[in-house]
Ligand binder design. Structure first.
Ligand SMILES: Nc1ncnc2c1ncn2[C@@H]1O[C@H](COP(=O)(O)OP(=O)(O)O)[C@@H](O)[C@H]1O
Ligand SMILES: [Mg+2]
Length: 101
């Protein structure tokens, strides 16, 4: 719940998307979760750091948020022996892919 909540909250507060897609499936007996939005996306340089503690991409703006959400997500996913990756096309959207046991 915490993982999905943090990811969805980010779509709401950062992405400016009008569409969000959540897909759950099973792959090789693992759970696969895809969460995508059609928002502003994340620059390639920022994408390398989004799971870092306190990292915020929109430094110029005084947007709410601590920069902790995705580092917590990353920690929780690791505790579940899972993996999480983020891909994005600026201007098109962002997709988070989770695999877990
Ligand atoms: N779906 C998204 N679309 C665009 N930017 C995002 C998205 N999710 C996260 N981000 C960017 O990643 C940064 C880090 O997210 P997070 O660790 O949750 O910190 P916070 O939400 O507190 O700023 C955010 O500040 C935001 O710029
Ligand atoms: Mg957040």
């Amino acid at each position: 719940m915490r993982i999905l909540n943090n990811l969805i909250q980010n779509v709401i507060s950062h992405s400016h998307a009008d569409k969000i897609e959540l897909a759950l499936s099973e792959q090789n007996r693992n759970i696969k979760i895809l969460l995508s939005d059609n928002g502003i996306g994340i620059d390639k340089e920022d994408l390398k750091h989004i799971f870092d503690r306190l990292y915020k991409c929109d430094k110029g703006r005084s947007e709410k948020g601590s920069g902790l959400g995705l580092s917590i997500v990353h920690e929780l996913v690791e505790k579940l022996n899972g993996t999480i990756t983020a891909d994005s096309i600026p201007g098109k959207g962002t997709i988070f892919t989770l695999f877990s046991l």
